[in-house]
Design a protein around this ligand. Sequence first.
Ligand code: HEM
Ligand code: HEM
Length: 474
Amino acid sequence: MLLNNPQGNPGNIMPLENLTPDRFNLFQRIWYSIFPGTYHGKVNRQRYRHLFNSLLLHFRPKTVPRRTLKFTLTWGLGGMAAVLVGMLFISGLMLKFAYQPVPDQAYASIVHLQNSVLFGRLIRNIHHWCGNALLLVVFLHFLRVFFTGAFHPPRQFNWVLGLVMFLLVLGSNFTGYLLPWDQLAFWAITICTGMLEYIPGIGSGLQKMISGGKEIGPATLSNFFAVHTAVIPACLIILMPFHFWRVRKSKGLVIPRTPQEDPADKGESVATIPNLIIRELAVAAVLIALIMAVSVLFNAPLEAKANPGLSPNPTKAPWYFAGLQELLLHFHPLFAVLIIPVVTVIALFFLPYIRYDADTAGVWFASLRGRRTAIVAVVVGLIITPPAIIADEFLIDFAAWMPWVPAVISNGLLPAALALAGIIGFYGLMKKYYAANNNEAIQAVFVLLLIAFMILTITCIWFRGSGMALMWPG
Ligand code: HEM
Ligand code: HEM
């Protein structure tokens, strides 16, 4: 009897009579009991490999344009985010075996996990560092997608999906932050949920819904635990494949190119296996090694058990909300907590749907002029933001200068209108003096706001001391 190989190539025909399963060693017997077909020799092994590869190719195209394999297009960031989510799911499930989501036991269960469970501390460290790294990686992925114009059609909706996942990752880090139930967790979450109360009308209701009551307590912990370990993971499990599928439906990644190159010219295509897969595996291996090294060397913080009667001074939000907390020191809460963040998020969702002058997909920073205007925006942001923070702290006090005006106007509407006028002026300046088209001018405004937000974040983390007063670190 003869077996044909799957391609029907007669060159690979092999006689079945040569196979002698009775001579298999223990390992082979176990292996072939799982994959019975493979002992029929090379031909069937090839068939199995073919099957495995076609399984892989169900969520991968058969070929990819060679130019999209260039590391400096993606920096491996989307893949890294996916690997980190995978690691968070695995380590998170392991943590669930030890963790108790009730205030009396949460902290003790973490201490027990760290001190008495084999590799408990390591698992916790891995989860902690993966969660923080994920935020950073997703943020950088978001920047790379923006600066390579990968949100233009046909990728608009994938940008929207990405933003939703960004919010989920933020939510996941935020809800996870409370779980250790130490002083750091308790007061950081108190500060953040307290910010919600400033939202007129629905604020205190919203705060009560999230916290499960007026104050942070058992209901908050159980709400956060459920959202953290069930609701958000379920949403991510649905949205991530959707995100990857959209990449496929857009015929792969944007093709990196210079402004002169034709966007329709995809260049040569190469087989996904092994060209893309091997690169993805390499990035994943380096990332996992890095996370393991950091988790062995640096422990996740754990302060004293939460004490609702003893608030630390200063009490700071988690680092990813530090920019918002700083904003609260400069604007009326209605603007800092509601209007500015909501307008920013809505603007980001609509960004791909604005009418642009050019399709710059694949060109880093849109064009050479785009690169120049982005640098101008960085410089302007760096020069203007720190003095603005200092001036607002020590010199400017609209509320005291015009006590007859409601604070929401003197401390909210007025500074917000001034900031908006500055942004519009900057946009006009880019168009007038640099002859920027609207792609380049919008990008410059994005960079300006990004730099300002990063400086606000740094100021809150390192330059705010007791009573949140400005201070020099050290
Ligand atoms: C958990 C979060 C995320 C994961 C796991 C993820 C994963 C990925 C992966 C693996 C790719 C393909 C490879 C690459 O571009 O590196 C990709 C592409 C893409 N992502 Fe994400 N992403 C996430 C968040 C985001 C965010 C926040 C945005 C933007 C707001 C975004 C927008 C996009 C777009 C538009 C593409 C297509 C890029 C292109 O065609 O060049 N993603 N994502
Ligand atoms: C995007 C996914 C996730 C992110 C970003 C994330 C992030 C975090 C963070 C930052 C913490 C606090 C760690 C610390 O500093 O102590 C935490 C704790 C925790 N997470 Fe997650 N997590 C994710 C998914 C999961 C999943 C899927 C599970 C379980 C099904 C899980 C279970 C836990 C548990 C039990 C804790 C408490 C243990 C501890 O605080 O050390 N997480 N998570």
